[in-house]
Design a protein around this ligand. Sequence first.
Ligand code: GLU
Length: 298
Amino acid sequence: MTSAGRFAPSPSGELHVGNLRTAILAWLFARSTGRRFLMRVEDLDRSRAGAESEQLRDLAAIGVNWDGGVVRQTERGTLYTAAIARLAAADLTYECFCTRREIQEAPSAPHAPQGAYPGTCRNLAAAEREEKRAVRPAALRLRSAVTAATVQDLLHGSYTGVVDDFVLRRNDGVTAYNLAVVVDDAAQGIDQVVRGDDLLPSTPRQAYLAGLLNMPVPEYAHVPLVLNANGARLAKRDGAVTLADLAASGVPVGRVRDAVLASLGLPPGPLENALAVFDPAVLPKEPWVWTGLGGSGA
Ligand code: GLU
C-alpha cells in the first residue's frame, strides 16, 4: 500500500477557519511528500445530519482534494470489533462499570499521573463483574502495562504523555476514538497524521495501542490551533468563521484561503502555489489569532 496522509473531520457542524487551516496543512504535508491524501469522516459520535456534505463541500471549495472515496467510521465496525477481539484474546482488556463521577471521586493510585483512570475495575473478580453487569452495561478498557509513552512529532519533537487504561469501547457500545483512529490509520495505510495540537496529549495512548496491535506508528505533526481574540480556541460563536458565514458577509472563499495561507507564511492563490514552496521547518509554531476578515461592505 502506498503511503498516505489524511484529514479526519467529525461531522458535528460546519468547519471553521481553524479546521480548514488544519486541513490545508494536512494536505500540504501529504502532497509535498508524495503521499496520497485520504478523507475519513469520523462519525461514530457527535454527528449532525447534513454536516458531512457541508464539510466536504467546503474542503473542496478551498482547494483540498482527496484520493478515492470518503471513508466513514460508522461503516467500519467489523474492523474495530476484530481489533478489540485480538486485544481481549491477549488479556489486554477488561470491563469497567465506573461512572464519570466515580472516576472523578476515586482516590488516584499512588504515582498515577493526573487524569489517568484510577484502575477501580482492573482487578474485579468474576462474581463482582457479574453483579455489576446487572446494574449497568460495561465499557471496555485497555489493560495497559505502562503509564507513559513517548512519540516523535515533526513540530514538537519528542513528546511524552500519559498512557492509562483508556476506554476502547464505551458502555453504549460505541467504539472509542482512540481505538478507531489507530485501526483506521493502519488499515488505510496512513503513515502521516497531521492534526490540531489539542490531540497531542492523546497521541502516546494511540502509539502504544498501535504497538500492541502490531500496527505501525505513523509520523505525527500536531499543528497549532486557531484562537479567537481572547486567546480561546476558535469556535462557531466567534462570529463569521465558516465559509458560509464569511460569504454572507461579503468575503469570497479565495480570500479566506489566502488569509489562511498568509497566516502560514505561504503565497496566495490555488494551494499548488503554496505546495511549491511548502517547508514544514519554517511553519509558525504559535497559534494564529483570528480577528476576522472585513467583508466588502465592512
Ligand atoms: N475527528 C477528530 C476531530 O475532528 C480528528 C481526529 C484525528 O485527526 O486524529 O477533532
